[in-house]
Ligand binder design. Structure first.
Ligand code: AMP
Ligand code: ZN
Length: 465
């Protein structure tokens, strides 16, 4: 098939550029910032991970090989962006009466389970900050030897005034200071510049932290930003192709990653920076700290499948905000089910990829290659479904679903979520006990969550819809 240019919007240059891998073997190195595992993730976080998954699948679909590295932040992400406040992991531990280590394990597991349900391809490397402390210390030492650091009473800091071009990613130093205005107000008085940030924080005098390590500067723990510079370079080399995250990472986290990496190596760190816009709820960013957040589990309890949410994410380009509403998720569910049902019927048909299929796939390919235009790709998919014969539809879906990841042609093994299964079990028990008032109420409850029940002699069965 004809190869198409891959166009990606690069935050660094503020332009859409043609992408090709820098390695002679054609392998694309991608680093994506993973979650801070002190709480469950919300569906806003997953919007970013779905976008990154589409990026990976698109590059693979267009014939490239990908090496994807993702981190798990399990130490050092402070509640305030100005490196003040508490470590989010310790906050999570105090909230739940568990150790920070238990919290990290529990929420990492929750993240991996959700990722599977959303059909996110597993990264080639998943690395934890706490497993890479020596690498982080080594990078700080390199920065110290080159004169980029200074010591304050609570830690070792990066001196941003010594790094030429600091803030380039966000549009320059002046803009960065504007964006970090909040940080400046609460800034540590010992910082030489408001944008300086902690590389290593000391454990508080006289107190033992749950997570702390020895270092050349004293007992403590790494700052949040250093983990991503250290682990990305460990697994992808000192210069690599693509780095992603949500737009909130542009002014601080990614800006600081660039400063640390480039100050240490003297080389350009990353060629393409891609950032996903927010999922918003009532016009405000969905955030763990605001309390107004929705989990994937909440949607499942209302009878949605995680893949309904995946389809919903395709409703806006990744660089535009996407407003969440249950009505919009319902519309996504209806559309996805229609496609899935069609896919299930097509399992009986032999695929046949004639010129009409090739042409339709060419249209799909041109959409995804243009800065991951998923809304355009989905529109071209519906067009194709209207014009192709069944054998062509099957051949088409087989290809397109490699990027969409909606499991359209996988034989459905439909299972209820744990909560819905419990509700259904209670329904059956109420019927068995001839408690019809209870079974009627439970039937209504199930119907409201998208589950229809049918009673027969041998027992009750359920279906969706
Ligand atoms: P965190 O666990 O806070 O580090 O966030 C994990 C990822 O989710 C980061 O890439 C964030 O940029 C992203 N993120 C956070 N909130 C949202 C949101 N409302 N919509 C989309 N992405 C988000
Ligand atoms: Zn990161």
């Amino acid at each position: 098939m004809r190869s198409v240019p891959i166009l990606l919007y690069n935050t660094l240059s503020r332009r859409t550029e043609e992408f090709s891998p820098s390695s002679p073997e054609g392998i694309v190195g991608i680093y994506t910032c993973g979650p801070t595992v002190y709480n469950h993730l919300h569906i806003g976080n997953y919007r970013t991970y779905v976008f990154e998954d589409c990026l990976r699948r698109t590059l693979e679909f267009l014939g490239l090989k990908v090496r994807h590295v993702m981190n798990i932040t399990d130490v050092g992400h402070m509640t305030s962006q100005a490196d003040e406040g508490e470590d989010k992991m310790e906050v999570g531990a105090a909230r739940e009466g568990k150790t920070a280590w238990e919290i990290a394990e529990f929420y990492t597991k929750s993240f991996l389970e959700d990722s599977k349900k959303l059909n996110l391809e597993a990264p080639d490397v998943l690395c934890r900050a706490t497993d890479n402390i020596l690498e982080q210390i080594a990078l700080i030492k390199r920065l110290e030897e080159k004169g980029f650091t200074y010591r304050a009473s609570d830690g070792v800091y990066f001196d941003t005034s010594k790094f030429q071009g600091y803030g380039r990613l966000a549009g320059g130093q002046a803009r960065i200071e504007g964006l970090q205005e909040g940080a400046r107000v609460v800034a540590n008085a010992q910082k030489r510049n408001p944008t300086d940030f902690a590389l290593w924080k000391f454990s508080p005098a006289g107190a033992k932290r749950q997570m702390e390590w020895d270092s050349p500067w004293g007992k403590g723990f790494p700052g949040w930003h250093i983990e991503c510079s250290a682990m990305s370079m460990k697994h992808l080399g000192e210069s690599f192709d693509i780095h992603c995250g949500g737009v909130d990472h542009i002014p601080i986290h990614h800006t600081n990653e660039i400063a640390q990496a480039e100050a240490a190596t003297g080389k350009p760190f990353v060629r393409f920076w891609l950032h996903g816009e927010f999922l918003v709820l009532n016009k405000a960013k969905m955030a763990k700290s605001s309390g107004g957040f929705i989990r994937l589990k909440d949607a499942e309890e209302k009878g949605f499948d995680a893949l309904d949410y995946r389809y919903f994410c395709f409703g806006a380009h990744y660089r535009r905000q996407l407003e969440f509403s249950w009505e919009a998720l319902e519309a996504a569910r209806t559309a996805r089910r229609k496609l899935r049902d069609r896919g299930q019927e097509l399992l009986k048909v032999e695929p046949e990829a004639g010129p009409d299929v090739m042409k339709a796939l060419e249209a799909f390919r041109s959409r995804i290659a243009e800065d991951l235009d998923m809304p355009g790709a989905v529109a071209s998919l519906w067009d194709a479904m209207h014009v192709l014969p069944p054998a062509g539809q099957r051949a088409y879906l087989q290809e397109a679903d490699k990027v969409l990841g909606l499991r359209l042609l996988e034989p459905a093994e439909d299972k209820l979520s744990e909560d819905l299964q419990a509700l259904f079990d209670r329904y059956c028990a109420a019927r068995k006990a001839k408690d019809f008032a209870a079974s009627d109420a439970l039937r209504k409850d199930l119907a409201a969550k998208g589950i229809k029940v049918k009673d027969a002699r041998g027992g009750s069965t359920w279906s969706r819809g």
